[in-house]
Ligand binder design. Structure first.
Ligand SMILES: [Fe+2]
Length: 340
């Protein structure tokens, strides 16, 4: 089923309201071959209709995330005002990405997005209302010192937050030069690494390694002082363990960030960009840690993310989220509006 009108409308919202594209700007629509070509054309057409100068670049889908893109692609990135970055094998932790940011590019990170996601997650959401929830969630998370995450299937994890560290709202709205923002519906921060203790039962997704995605069986991660010390589960746990080992970087075992997902239209689809935004869900990232988090891990050879479905999350003893809803007093009203 082609929903070309809805797709064009969503592409226009993407370049106009998220990337804040201005007339005359050079827009690079960047993708690998895993990305739908019609959607790329829609993004370029929408940018063109705003009197910007769009260009599409597509290169082969790499075997791993964070491999440097081809040199001529990196050069195009540096000379662009805006980059809509869609490669499924994302390049967030590459020199090319960093150099483009240093040169002042605004990058909208839409890793692996497909037409259905663009219509649902951008076109059909009250985007600003969702961002309002995100702003409130940032405030509540910044104020929280002790965090406790529990779930029926065995997650029981505690950690502390450092009030001096930032909480990032990835609202996908590119207001400044030299920044990247992923699609809205997620906030992220780095907890105090050595305070993270307990068990994480991953039950939605792990990605990368690229042969994983939505999990068939939960994967249990035992965490001591912020580091995975044991992995338990079925074949997926073995694949994950082997992948971590293959990278030969001790930092891959450390929690780099915690994140809230709060996109009211997100579903578990096997595309990490969407899976990590599941409403009232929690995600943990391991390995490379963006320096902006002001954490202690820093750069590593790669990065992976894992998701938890509908956990109970307590901030300083107060239940914030449970069973896929935000239940604390400050968020109850906006939760009702977004999830009606
Ligand atoms: Fe991550």
């Amino acid at each position: 089923m082609s929903m070309f009108m809805e797709l064009y409308n969503s592409a226009l919202k993407t370049v106009r309201d998220l990337a804040l594209t201005n007339s005359g700007e050079k827009i690079l629509i960047l993708a690998d071959t895993a990305i739908d070509l019609e959607m790329l054309k829609m993004l370029a057409s929408a940018a063109y209709s705003l009197n910007a100068e769009p260009s599409i670049m597509i290169y082969e889908t790499r075997e791993e995330v964070n491999m440097e893109p081809p040199k001529h692609v990196a050069e195009a990135m540096i000379s662009s005002d805006v980059i809509i970055s869609l490669p499924l094998m994302y390049i967030l932790h590459t020199n090319a990405y960093n150099e483009a940011l240093k040169a002042g590019a605004r990058i909208l990170e839409l890793t692996g997005m497909n037409p259905d996601m663009m219509i649902r997650l951008i076109g059909r959401v009250d985007y600003l209302k969702m961002c309002e929830l995100g702003d409130q969630l940032v405030k509540i998370t910044k104020d929280a010192r002790e965090v406790h995450i529990k779930s029926n299937n065995g997650t029981d994890l505690r950690f502390e937050n450092d009030p001096a560290r930032p909480v990032y709202h990835n609202d996908g709205i590119l207001k400044e030069k030299g920044i990247y923002k992923p699609l809205g519906g997620q906030i992220s921060w780095a907890p105090i690494e050595e305070s993270i203790e307990g068990t994480i039962v991953v039950d939605t997704f792990i990605w990368p390694p690229t042969e994983l995605g939505i999990l068939k069986k939960p994967v249990k991660l035992y965490i001591r002082e912020g580091k995975i010390v044991e992995i338990e589960g079925g074949v997926e746990a073995k694949i994950f363990g082997n992948w971590l080992r293959s990278i030969e970087d001790e930092k891959m075992y450390y929690i780099a960030h915690a994140s809230w997902g709060f996109h009211p239209k997100a579903r578990l689809t096997g595309i990490p960009l969407e899976d990590e935004r599941l409403y009232a869900g929690i995600e943990f990232g391991f390995g490379s840690q963006s320096l902006k988090f002001k954490g202690r891990i820093g750069k590593a050879k790669s990065h992976t993310d894992v998701g938890l479905y509908n956990p109970d999350v307590y901030f300083d003893g107060v239940l914030i989220a449970s069973n896929g809803r935000f239940v604390c007093e400050d968020l109850r009203e906006i939760d009702k509006v977004l999830k009606k």
